[in-house]
Design a protein around this ligand. Sequence first.
Ligand code: SER
Length: 583
Amino acid sequence: MKAIEIRDKYLNFFKNHGHAVIPSAPLIPENDPSVLFTTAGMQPLVPYLLGQKHPEGTRLTGYQKCLRTNDIDEVGDNRHLTFFEMLGNWSLGDYFKEESIAMSFKFLTKELGIPKDKLSVTVFKGDEDCPRDEVAANAWKNTGISEDHIYYYGKDDNWWIAGEEGPCGPDTEMFFDTGKPACSKNCQPSCDCGKYVEIWNNVFMEYFKDKNGYTKLKQKNVDTGLGLERMAMLLQGKETPFDTELFEPVMKKLEELQKINIIESRRIVAEHLRSSMMIISDGGRPSNLDRGYVLRRLIRRLIRHMNKLQIELNQLSTLIDINVETLSEMYPELIKNKEIIKSVIIEEKDKFVKTLAKGEREFQKEINKLNGNKIISGQVVFKLYDTYGFPPEVTKELAIENGYEVDLKEFEELFKKHQEKSRVGSEVKFKGGLAEQNEVTIKYHTATHLLNAALKQVIGKDAHQRGSNITVDRMRFDFNCDHKLTTEEKQQLEDLVNEWIKQKLPVTKEEMNKEDAIKSGAECMFIEKYPDIVTVYTIGDVSKELCGGPHVKNTGELGKFKIKKEESSSSGVRRIKAILIDK
Ligand code: SER
C-alpha cells in the first residue's frame, strides 16, 4: 500500500467515525516562537487540548508535516528520518481510552489488514503520579489481543509530553512484529534490535505538567500519532523507508550518479534533501540562528555526502526535480515553490563550497600540528568554526574519516561562551529545540506587550494578540483588526510605545490565581493554556498580561520603537513587524 493510500484510508476511517478532517499546519509554527518546528500533530492543537473550543468539534483527524532534529546524527541508518508525516486523531474531551483503543485496533486489522498476532502493545505501569493503566490494558484485552502481547512500562516508555512542560499523560503504544528472530529470551517491544517496530502512539492526555508538578486538565483528551513512512515501509514489506515509493526515485538516481558506493550517504542525501525542500517550501531560509541553522545544517550535510559519493553538485537541480515529481501528489505546495526551493538550496551550496574548501585546508594544517596525537581539541574545532565558518559537525566527520577524535565537550563550552557574547545561532539550541532568550529578544518581548497595549488605545479594546514571533532582528505581532492600518494609526502606535519607553516604566512580575488575574483585567491569548497559578507582568499602569516572561526591568532599556511593516496575516488578522533601535 502506497503512503498516500494509507493517508487516505486513515482520514476516511476516522471521518466515518465522526471526526472532522483538519489540514496540516505548516512545518514552521506560525504563532509559537518557543519551538523551532512542528514535531507532532498535537502541537498546533495545544490550545484546544487545554480546553478552548475547536470550531470543527471534539473529534478531529488529520495529517501533520513534522520535523524532528534530535536524530539527525542517526540519519543514514535504516530507519531515522528528520522530516516525516504523522497521521493523527484527537478527542477533545470526547471519547477516551476504550473507544480510542477499539478504533486503533479496528483500523490496523480491518483497514490495513495487519494480522492481530503481529501486534504487541505497551501500557503505563503506574507510579506516584499516575496509576497503572489497567483501563487501557483491559481495552486491549477486549479487542482480542492476547495477554502475553501486552507489556507494562514506566514513564520512559509510556508517558508522553512535548518537551518539559505542557499537556501530557500515559500512553499506549502499538508495535508491529517484523517476524525477525528474537534477539534474546528477553526480546520485547522496548528492545531496539528491530524485531518490533513502533507504529502508533495513543496518548491519554489528562494532566498538565509545569515546574510545580502535575495538575489535572479540565478535559480528558486523546492525542494519537502514527508515522506514515514507517507504516508504508512495514506494509510494503520493505526494510527501510528509503525502499518505499517516497524515496525510491531519488535513491535510484543517486545510485546512478555516484562514483563511490556508500549507502548511508545516499540515504543522508535523499533524506536531508526532502526535509530541506519541505522547510523551504513552508517559508524557512538558511541562517545562523534557530530554524535557519537547522536548515543550513541539513543542506551542508547533504552536500558533504554528495561529495563523498562523488556526485557533481550541479545535479542538485535534477534531484530536486525528481523529489517534486515524487512528493507533489502528497504535498502539492512543492510544485508552486519549486523554483524558490532550487534557488535557496543552490545559493546555500555555493556558499558552502567556498567555506568547505578553505576549512578543509585549515583542518589539514591543524592535523599536521598534532604530531601523532589523535585527539583534536575543542579549541581547534572552535577556531575552525569561528575563523573559517567551518561547521563543528563537519570537523567531527572529517576527524572520524581520518582516524581522529574530537573534544566536542570543550568545543560546546567555548561555543556557549561565544554565544552569550555574540548571540549567534547554536548547536546547543539545535539539539534542545527551544528558542533562545537573550538580551535582545527579551527587549522585544517587553516591546510586544507595549504594542499590545497601544493597539487597545489606537484600534480599540477588542484588538487582541493573535500571534507573535521574535528574533534578534525584529518582532512580529499579529492581532485581530478589520482594516489596513492608516499612516496616522501607525504613527500613533509608535508614539505611544515610545512615550512609554521614555517614561521609564517599571516592569513587575507577580504570581496569582488565574481567575484573579483575569478579573484584574490582565490580557492573555489562550486562557486555557495557563495553569491555575499564573505569572502576570505589569508595565506601569499601561499593560498587564499573563506571560511566562522574561522581561526587562524597566521600559527605559528598550531603545526607540519603529514599525517597519504592516500587512495582512490572514482574514481579519493584521501583522506588524517592528524593530528597536539602540539610542
Ligand atoms: N503526540 C504523540 C507523539 O508524538 C502522539 O501523537 O507520539
